[in-house]
Write a protein that binds this ligand. Structure first.
Ligand SMILES: [Zn+2]
Length: 472
């Protein structure tokens, strides 16, 4: 995308095992099947893109009478900022049959309204990707051929669901959004779509707490934070980890560039600071180096393989460490959700400018309709919280429609609610609505054996929600 913005027609990414953290073989096996992309929205696109092995690019430069190693050294020299485009004078022609089809997938999103009348228009976001790789093509006889993705990332989804349930028991002042995003394995596509079409302006999203593959190997004495140092979210993580008696450090495998490969990267590019934590690699009661060994074993044998499956005997997964991580992630969301101010990027961080832009001008609220499930806490206030003026307005409207006297109407239901979009929970087929959390009221009046379901935005607009026959 960056290359296209600079005017490139196509791009070949030079692969080395060190920079990618996996061998060329993984590039080959991961790119054998279909490739996915989001539908274009007017942004610059490359006509082609691909990977090229380091050895192959060396030969390509030789054909042009140039030394790739020398050019690479110049490009890598950040002080010189010397990377300049140069004509190779080599051409290639490529003939490839491409079959294109349009498929639909979904980000699954839930919103738990916050308890503070002002702050509930802001939110804490939890993300976990729900996709993996489908079926192995061609199948291998006698072997497991479905990519179940038990650890990557059914486990993260399960924890986010559990956190959502726990948060519903005691919602914070800010709203909580949980998003199970799709197509992460295809290049963070679901979270990119979410970032471009957020359910509320990204300048109002306090943090993205991202989960991808839990710790299934037991309790740890330490905690790794991907992207440590990037924002004030670190302070909250540190204090929660200290309460658990755990030390905090940065990414234990910094060479993998995990932050830039996670869904948090897409949110960071619209200014939302991320929080991706994971226990380890120091496991309590295990020798030094054991955690790293386990991690490497997973990467070699099960990562992105059909063997990433739930074990036949459940004891094979020790979830005691995952529970501690999940407790920390829950409290992290609640604490940020209750704090007077949202977290800030570290001064001068590469993503700070996006936040400043988003806060200064949240931009138009996206219009693309997307079904947002509004989860209301069981303790949702019923009665009492709806101002008398609102009920009077609703009575007056029904009086105008029916000619009935206000005294003949009975209030069946009156509650303060958060609507998930501009339809106030009363969407009509074929219409699109702004995606936003709209605070308002639902008032149901009974009159002569019929019920009239009113939705009122706290800013004033009023809808008589006529979803077919209302009599009960
Ligand atoms: Zn994953």
């Amino acid at each position: 995308m960056e290359a296209a913005r600079h005017g490139a027609v196509g791009a070949l990414l030079v692969h080395t095992s060190e920079s990618a953290s996996y061998p060329w073989q993984v590039v080959v096996s991961s790119n054998r099947g279909e490739a996915f992309a989001l539908p274009p929205e007017g942004e610059p696109r490359l006509a082609f893109q691909g990977w090229i092995a380091r050895e192959a690019v060396g030969r390509l430069f030789q054909m042009a009478g140039r030394d790739f190693a020398a050019e690479e050294a110049v490009a890598k020299d950040t002080r010189a900022k010397g990377a300049k485009g140069l004509p190779l004078g080599v051409t290639a022609s490529l003939d490839m049959k491409v079959k294109r089809e349009r498929i639909a997938s979904a980000n699954v999103i839930g919103i738990l309204p916050g308890t503070d009348p002002g702050l509930k228009s802001e939110a804490v976001l939890y993300t976990a990707h729900h996709d993996h790789f489908g079926q192995r093509v061609p199948p291998v006889a006698g072997e497991r051929n479905v990519y179940t993705g038990a650890l990557d990332n059914a486990s993260g989804c399960a924890v986010v669901l559990t956190i959502a349930r726990a948060a519903a028991a005691s919602p914070p002042r800010r709203s909580v959004i949980v998003a199970f995003v799709t197509a992460e394995e295809q290049g963070l596509l679901g979270s990119r779509h979410f970032a471009r079409h957020p359910p509320l302006p990204t300048g109002r999203i306090a943090v993205d707490i991202n989960l991808d593959g839990i710790n299934n190997k037991g309790r740890t004495s330490d905690l790794g934070v991907i992207g440590l140092g990037k924002s004030s979210v670190d302070d909250v993580i540190r204090s929660l980890a200290a309460a658990q008696g755990r030390s905090v450090h940065g990414d234990p495998f910094p060479d993998r560039g995990a932050f830039y490969r996670s869904d948090s990267f897409e949110l960071a590019q619209v200014g939302v600071p991320g929080a991706r934590i994971g226990g380890g690699p120091h496991f309590i009661g295990r020798p030094e180096g054991w955690g790293k060994e386990q991690q490497e074993h997973y990467e070699r044998h099960d990562y992105h393989q059909p063997s990433d499956a739930y074990p036949p005997s459940p004891e094979a997964w020790d979830l005691s460490g995952a529970v501690e991580d999940a407790q920390l992630q829950l409290l992290l969301g609640l604490r940020i959700g209750n704090a007077p101010k949202m977290p800030v990027w570290t001064k001068g961080d590469e993503f700070e400018k996006f936040r400043l832009a988003a806060a200064g001008d949240p931009g138009p609220v996206p219009r693309r309709p997307f079904p947002a499930a509004v989860v209301e806490p069981e303790s949702a206030p019923v009665d009492g919280e709806v101002p008398e003026k609102v009920i009077d307005t609703v009575r007056a409207d029904l009086g105008k429609r029916t000619g009935a006297k206000p005294g003949a109407m009975r209030v069946v239901r009156a509650e303060a609610v958060m609507f998930g979009d501009g339809s106030l929970g009363c969407g009509r087929p074929g219409q699109s609505y702004t995606q936003a959390i709209v605070p308002g009221y639902r008032v149901v009046l009974a009159l002569e054996g019929r019920e009239y379901d009113y939705r009122v935005a706290s800013r004033g607009s009023l809808i008589l929600c006529d979803l077919g026959p209302q009599s009960k």
